[in-house]
Design a protein around this ligand. Sequence first.
Ligand code: CTP
Length: 501
Amino acid sequence: MTVTQGFLDNRIFQIISKAARSKGVRAFVIGGYVRDCFLGRKSKDIDIVVEGSGIELAEAVGELVRSNVTVFRNFGTAMLKYKGTEVEFVGARKESYRRDSRKPIVEDGTLEDDQQRRDFTINAMAFSLQEEDFGALVDPFGGIRDLAAGIIRTPLDPDTTYSDDPLRMIRAVRFATKLSEPGRRFTIVPESLESIRRNRNRLEILSRERIAEELDKMLVCSEPSIGFRLMEETGLLEYVLPQLCRLKGVENVDGHGHKENFTHTLEVLDNVAAAETEAIAEGRLSNFEFEDGVEVQKQRTEPYLWLRWAALLHDIGKPATKRFDKETGWTFHGHEVVGARMVPKIFKSLKMPLNEKMKYVEKLVLLHLRPISLVTEEVTDSAVRRLLFEAGNDIDDLMLLCNADITSKNPRKVERLKQNFELVGRKLAEVEAKDAIRNFKNPITGEYIMELYGIPPCRQIGELKEFVKNAILDGIIGNNFAEADVLMRKHASEMGMKPVK
Ligand code: CTP
């Protein structure tokens, strides 16, 4: 018996132990918390399994710690918060399936019954909360052995575990991605991989929201490519994001092949993850969020999910725009425009939010070639101002994505491009410091024009504002009211407009 000291120092465990004793039931910590203790990772919540009623024990604990208990009667679970940590209680269950019905018979069960209905051996370990063996590890399926070996295995035959909840097929991939570290990969055991391949079409019965949630969790990992490659190998990707599968393969014409876009996409995704992690550690990135209608800037402390989505989808328009030209070889002209248009469709198909986060992804996909195109052109202030204007506050993320997109088999080429790209970065900083374009607000407002010329809302107002904006972006005038006003009045008079005051 392994007695695990130190893992249960949080006072809540003693309190639960006491409450369970007074109710005459046995309680255990189970699942992710136990796994993460052994991995030395911080777990955000605690799951408690009770041989008896989870709801009743939660209510008893709630009284002891004076905390509100939220009860989910349909699921037979209850939850309370203790010092910021969510503690969830569930009664141990035994599920069995009748041959003639997919509906399980759920009965109260023992800890072991419950453990064998869980997804993976590494998630089925439990710590005892009984006074006589407080902290003892209960691990009938060898979770600790699999954790040490970096193995993802189901407690029962994988076909049974995956048919109980097909989402577990994606969860297997997600845990392989999340738990892997540089030099230490977690792998899914071969019989489980085969079972996933066999049962992949069962994903069809899942809600798209649950699938998207797993994808989100995979994307914010430090090496997200692991998950997407595994999904591709097992055939899950075809059900999850078929558009990404279309990036696979290399076509050859007259001995000319193009870049393998699936591999490239995954490389960019990992590059973005690494670069973002570094930039966060150095405090170089911000999030911009609206609070009560005002945009607030906050230093980024965690991976930004939507930047990861932008990286995953940046080349999604390539298959639809692929052409072979005898002179220039393979081209993907306009793939950024086609790709940006695909973003809302993909978000919709996964029931993801169709809000400003989606707009951000759309924008990054649309603009992802712009910074690098400045490398080959002469970098004029005006081109830089236009890029700053279009990217706005997302310019730093766009630059990060674009830099991560520089991949080639030729390291000298990568080095040269990266150096030139740094020049673009410096130029952007210079122009921004001088002209403050990224939060561009036209110094001439519509109300001002209406008042000055005594006119109602009309087409001319938009035309004048656009004229002023372009003059500022082209560097004809500075970004200030005085110069903008002189220019606007001149142009208005050429349009035949006269001020009323
Ligand atoms: N579980 C399961 N099958 C599922 C979902 C969850 O068996 N489809 C069990 C596992 O024992 C898991 C526990 O419920 O450990 C809690 O689930 P969840 O919070 O989703 O996962 P964690 O293991 O806590 O990991 P993470 O918080 O990283 O998602």
